[in-house]
Design a protein around this ligand. Structure first.
Ligand SMILES: Cc1ncc(COP(=O)(O)O)c(C=O)c1O
Length: 369
């Protein structure tokens, strides 16, 4: 392991990432659906290039900044999968006028009307999906809600209904293959039901877009679905390990940190990787601030990352005796994150351990809006 990096630093194991990309893409191909990865996880062109090379068709973004960055790099089919609001419409318009095939999302009659008016005023016709709530975990319209047809009716003039979209985020609370398969089926069935209702009322509804990493990997069939979106699978993390869709040794990113001191009487090993390097995301609260591993990325059972200050990580030894000598000041540790998207967002670059070996590379990562 190359070890002259200033720490804390975000490491990316390219071989693990490539296996994660291949696993998801193969599954989507078996299920017979297009795959549109959510790139908010990496916010990194090098990562997204590899997802597209593996067979992804278009991308999903969570900010217009992501849309802008990836469009500039040549990706021209982008779904902005957060409900649009008026203060973002001018930005969306600029991107569309520059040639981006951008799809917007609405979940209210009021915004459907505003999007349509904005399009008509500026001589464009926005492609729009309606967000469907299939699990009660966040936003969207329930398939049976009469508002569904009112939203569709409002999408005329400067906007056209392209389809429906849902994200079963409630899958993060599950942890058995049976429960995950049932959630995947619920996500599919309810989103398809919304599409059928729209079609029965005379609306075209070409796109039926579903997805989260747990449901994508546990769906048994996806009849009526045209595309799947998933994001965190590209790196995986300890939350996904708790859900049961990966193991710790499939997690592709880690935070490299250095031991800066000890409190032997308390069994503490103190590092320069605090919450600023890990994020405050405690996931399912089963791994503290992350899973502690040695410099080669193998978990160290008994050393727990329960306490963090901004730039200090306090690792607690829960076994017998004093272990300070095993982790001398200056030695390296790696922490697997609870939530890859949140930990990634704390860093400006990935230090990439290349699949083919050789010198580590630096891949930039952007942030902000
Ligand atoms: C709208 C939407 N689609 C897809 C995803 C991807 O989910 P996951 O990261 O579980 O793959 C997310 C994640 O938050 C999302 O908000």
């Amino acid at each position: 392991m190359q070890n002259n990096l200033e720490t804390p630093a975000l490491l990316l194991d390219e071989a693990r990432m490539q296996r994660n990309i291949a696993r998801m893409q193969n599954r989507m191909t078996q299920l017979g659906v297009a795959f549109r990865p959510h790139v908010k996880t990496s916010k990194c062109l090098e990562v997204v290039r590899r997802q597209l090379a593996a067979g992804a068709r278009g991308i999903t973004v969570s900010t217009l900044k992501e849309a802008e960055e990836f469009f500039r790099a040549g990706v021209d089919d982008i779904l902005y999968a957060v409900a649009i609001v008026p203060n973002k419409l001018d930005h969306a318009l600029r991107l569309i006028r520059a040639g981006l095939r951008l799809t917007l999302l609405v979940e209210s009659v009021a915004m459907a009307g505003q999007v349509a008016r904005h399009g008509a005023e500026h001589g464009v016709c926005y492609d729009v999906l309606i967000e469907i709530d299939t699990d009660g975990h966040r936003s969207g319209i329930k398939p049976a809600d009469p508002a569904l047809l009112h939203i569709a009716a409002a999408l005329q003039g400067g906007a056209r209904l392209k389809g429906v979209m849902t994200h079963a985020g409630a899958s993060y609370d599950l942890n058995t293959p049976e429960a995950l398969a049932a959630m995947a089926e619920q996500e599919r069935a309810r989103c398809v039901a919304a599409a059928d209702k729209l079609r029965a009322a005379g609306h075209a509804c070409a796109v039926v877009s579903v997805g989260s990493t747990p449901t994508a990997l546990n769906a048994r069939q996806l009849e009526g679905v045209t595309e799947v979106r998933a994001g965190v699978y590209v790196f995986f993390d300890m939350v996904m390990a708790d859900v049961g869709v990966c193991t710790a040794d499939e997690v592709a990113i880690s935070v490299l940190c250095t031991v800066i001191g000890h409190q032997p009487d308390k069994g503490w090993v103190i590092t320069d990787g605090g919450w600023m390097a890990m994020s405050r995301d405690l996931g399912h609260q089963s791994h503290g601030y992350g899973l502690v591993c040695n410099a080669d990325g193998n978990a160290i059972p008994g050393l727990e990352f329960g306490k963090a200050n901004q730039e200090h990580g306090v690792l607690q030894w829960t076994g017998e005796g004093d272990i300070s000598h095993l982790f001398p000041v200056g030695s390296s540790l790696r922490i697997l994150p609870n939530h890859a998207c949140a930990t990634g967002a704390q860093h400006g670059q990935y230090h990439v351990i290349p699949e083919q070996g050789g010198a580590w590379q630096v891949w930039p990562r952007f942030s902000g809006w």
